[in-house]
Design a protein around this ligand. Structure first.
Ligand code: S3P
Length: 428
């Protein structure tokens, strides 16, 4: 866990990057593959620590998952084929793993205990344990089901109509995964639309789901069928290079085969609004998720305001957008983003604290932050706080720092992007 010296004072970034597979879609491909009948193959699976946590949990639930040179092959067991695990399941750092897995386990008539790392132990779980308990699952956890360790005994569940207080795809997906196994119809209504990969994947696995504005419904008792999945590049990983290309002088970077699902493309809308020199070439989508190539060049940027229903479309990109805003003329206001407080770290605190160390003019607010640009960044000792996206944001910030920057807890980056530094160096 030593300090890692980051590259600073970079004068140009040029070239192409094939960003790694989408994290949200990779998790879901294994989960759906496991509970479907027949074989599922996944190309472009993200070999990051989070998705590997999902793989190891499903192996413990009795599912055979093979890793070939370029594919994950999942031998689906059907819902009833999952078995009671002999040991505790450890989800590591992954919120998606624990919350979606709870939805699957809510319908399974056996006992499971779930734990994770220190960060997972601080993240709120009643957002899923409450609705799943009201469907009939028996769930216990520290502080009345709010924190891990959590234990669950599922089975015999009934559909609910649930108005979620937060726009969260993890909450929505957990309830839908339970709903697919419940008696009757299950409906989730969100305050704003969150990412819809689960809805798309239900259809890809031959299931049915109804969407009506902010409401999503599934019928219980659905049998899913294995399929072949191609995982597009993760726009949340591409985001670090989109910002790097925009703020480092003399740059031109093309990001290939990036997922362009409209529930995820908030960062593109914001960057264009801020004046980014960006072109998008949509590719013919082979599957249910749209994809394209994105080219970004060094840009003259202006501040903007980000809030409302845009927030769920870019929630994971706010750390890197905050850095972008330090290099834009004028003020950028980010609001309605309270959810940042319950991510891998409290990202309002960690972003403001770490960018301030580098010399940014950034202030925390109760639901976001205010950034004043344009601001020369200096240097210093910074930390990822064990949060992958904070680590990558700081590595991109260092590129435009005049003085030395060292990063503590760099290893967190492997959670979503093990090849990050190799890809970054290719562009230098
Ligand atoms: C995710 C949903 C989002 C996002 C997370 C991945 C998913 O979380 O921040 O990185 O795969 O469903 P919330 O559902 O908590 O907003």
């Amino acid at each position: 866990m030593g300090k890692h010296t980051l590259k600073t004072n970079i004068t140009s970034l040029k070239g192409d990057i094939i960003v790694p597979g989408d994290k949200s879609i990779s998790h879901r491909s294994v989960m759906f593959g496991a509970v479907a009948e027949g074989v599922t193959t996944v190309t472009g699976f993200l070999m990051g620590e989070d998705c590997l946590s999902t793989v190891s949990c499903f192996r413990q639930l009795g599912v055979e998952i093979e890793e070939t040179a370029d594919q994950m092959v999942i031998h689906g067991k059907g819902w009833d084929g999952l078995v009671e695990p002999k040991e505790v399941l450890n989800v590591g750092n992954s919120g998606t793993t624990i919350r979606l897995l709870m939805g699957i386990l809510a319908g399974r008539p056996f006992h499971t205990t779930l734990i994770g790392d220190e960060s997972i132990g601080k993240r709120p779980m009643t957002r899923v344990t409450k609705p799943l308990s009201s469907m009939g699952a028996k769930i216990e956890g520290r502080q009345f089901g709010e924190y891990t360790p959590l234990s669950i005994r599922g089975g015999g569940i009934s559909g609910i109509e649930y108005a979620s207080p937060v726009a969260s795809a993890q909450v929505k997906s957990a309830i839908l995964l339970a709903g697919l196994q419940a008696d009757g119809i299950t409906t989730v209504v969100e305050p704003e639309k969150s990412r819809d990969h689960t809805e798309r994947m239900i259809r890809q696995f031959s299931g049915t789901v109804e969407e009506n504005g902010l409401s999503v419904s599934v019928r219980g008792g659905q049998v899913l069928k294995g399929t072949n999945i191609k995982v597009p590049g993760d726009i949340s990983s591409a985001a670090f290079f989109l910002v790097a290309g925009a703020i480092v002088p003399n740059s031109c970077i093309t990001l290939k085969n990036v997922g362009l699902n409209p529930t995820r493309t908030g960062i593109i809308d914001v960057m264009l609004e801020m004046g980014a020199d960006m072109t998008i070439e949509p590719l013919v989508a082979e599957q249910t998720e749209p994809v394209g190539d994105i080219t970004i060049r060094t840009s003259h940027l202006k501040g903007t305001t980000i809030g409302g229903d845009l927030i769920p479309r870019l929630i994971d990109e706010i750390p890197i957008i905050a850095l972008l805003a330090t290099q834009a003329e004028g003020e950028t206001v980010i609001r309605d983003a309270q959810e940042l407080k319950v991510k891998e770290t409290n990202r309002i605190d960690t972003v403001v604290q770490e960018l301030s160390k580098l010399g940014a003019d950034i202030t925390a607010t109760d639901d976001g932050m205010i950034i004043k640009g344009k601001n020369k960044l200096a240097g210093g000792v910074v930390s990822s706080h064990g949060d992958h996206r904070i680590g990558m944001m700081l590595a991109v910030a260092a590129l435009i720092c005049k003085q030395d920057v060292s990063l503590e807890q760099k290893e967190a980056i492997s959670v979503s992007y093990p090849q990050f530094f190799t890809d970054l160096e290719k562009l230098m």
